[in-house]
Write a protein that binds this ligand. Sequence first.
Ligand code: G1P
Length: 286
Amino acid sequence: MSVKFAVIPAAGLGSRFLPATKAIPKELIPLVDKPLIQYVVEEAYEAGIETVVLVTHAAKSALENHFDVQYELETELEQRNKLALLGIARNTLPAGMNIVSVRQGKALGLGHAVACAAPVVQNNPFAVLLPDVICYQPAQNATAQLVAAYAQHQTSVIALQSVPPSEVHKYGIAGVDEAGKITQLIEKPAVDKAPSNLAVLGRYLFTPRILQALAQTQRGVGGEIQLTDAMQALLQHETMRAATFTGEVHDCGDKLGFLAATLTFAQRHPELGAAFKAQLKQALME
Ligand code: G1P
């Protein structure tokens, strides 16, 4: 069975990024010239996903609007014959892709957010992409790597990347055996309790059984229903595989991580990159 659904949890209030996120959803903050959420929707599309389930919040309807038709803008651009801009405005949602939004009324955590998508994904395998995390691997993007691994093994597959010991407490951490099977998962462990330094980076591919596990998951770290805890429970029933991601991973939910990502993405931007690099060089000499 191929993977046609992706869930993007986007209901968080973005308090780590205040004041920028007071009136604007953090997922609409642009990385160079494109909102974060559009990078992840495009990643899903390139991986063959047909339907994205956006898990969102009453205060964040701008997210749905970003992927909808903006009739007034399009008419204006058409009348002025600004066809390149018209194309950009029309293609925020890749052609043929469906977007469905569901609400997460209560801030009960990532696991709860994913469970909110259950009525849409039903009994299908699905990817989860955290929109704070921007991955870059042009040869095969992170979600496409998971979809390929799923096609081969028909098990849940989790993207992992090694992190320095000082960062282990910020992530879900996995124990992995020699065959690439996950043996254990712990949400934000102290470094001396962690089974490894392999961090769950924010790209997942699940069999629908994770939804059953989520329905039974109690509140964990931070009083939230943790996706990592449901994954640990799923391990009792199903094999879960690790996929080591070798591309760039940018934590854009963090101000410094976002600045670093901006620097990297601006330098390789096809239109702005050369001029930006020249400015950067100049600024560093001053
Ligand atoms: C979430 C997950 C965590 C994962 C991380 C990746 O944590 O709970 O397991 O490692 O995303 O960014 P958060 O960053 O939302 O605290």
